[in-house]
Ligand binder design. Structure first.
Ligand code: FES
Length: 136
């Protein structure tokens, strides 16, 4: 093998290796995830949320609040305010959800009580089975 041909092969191998090492991470970054990471549901022990209390969770990368209401049992809402997207907080004393950004308030059915929110808070599907509260 001539020296010129040998150097050509070595350069081709090194060039290909360099191209793959740059292209692969770029393609992995640009390609969508291979599978859907959404959970179908999430379970919480009933005993984790005492009567009148709330628990904040993340479900499918979205903030959710689960409330154990005095008369009506468990309910789960998106914490994202329907006005401009701030996160609502549960006011245990007032038994309301309050948005800290523009003072929007929601009742424990998710309905708008006051302030600028144009729509109720989205309610998530929820069922109680045995000792579990299943959201989703
Ligand atoms: S973002 Fe909630 S009231 Fe404006």
């Amino acid at each position: 093998m001539k020296r010129r041909r040998f150097l050509g092969i070595v350069l081709a191998v090194l060039g290909s290796t360099a191209a793959v090492s740059f292209a692969y991470p770029l393609l992995r970054f640009l390609a969508p995830p291979a599978r859907d990471n959404k959970a179908r549901n999430i379970s919480i022990k009933k005993s984790d949320i005492r009567l009148g209390e709330a628990k904040e969770i993340v479900f499918n990368n979205k903030p959710v609040i689960v409330i154990n209401r005095y008369e009506k049992g468990f309910v789960a809402f998106s914490k994202v305010c329907t006005h401009l997207g701030c996160l609502v907080v549960y006011d245990k004393g007032l038994r309301k959800l309050v948005c800290p950004c523009h003072a929007g308030t929601f009742d424990l059915e998710g309905n708008v009580l006051s302030g600028p929110p144009p729509r109720p808070l989205p309610v998530l599907p929820l069922k109680v089975e045995g000792d579990l509260v299943i959201i989703g």
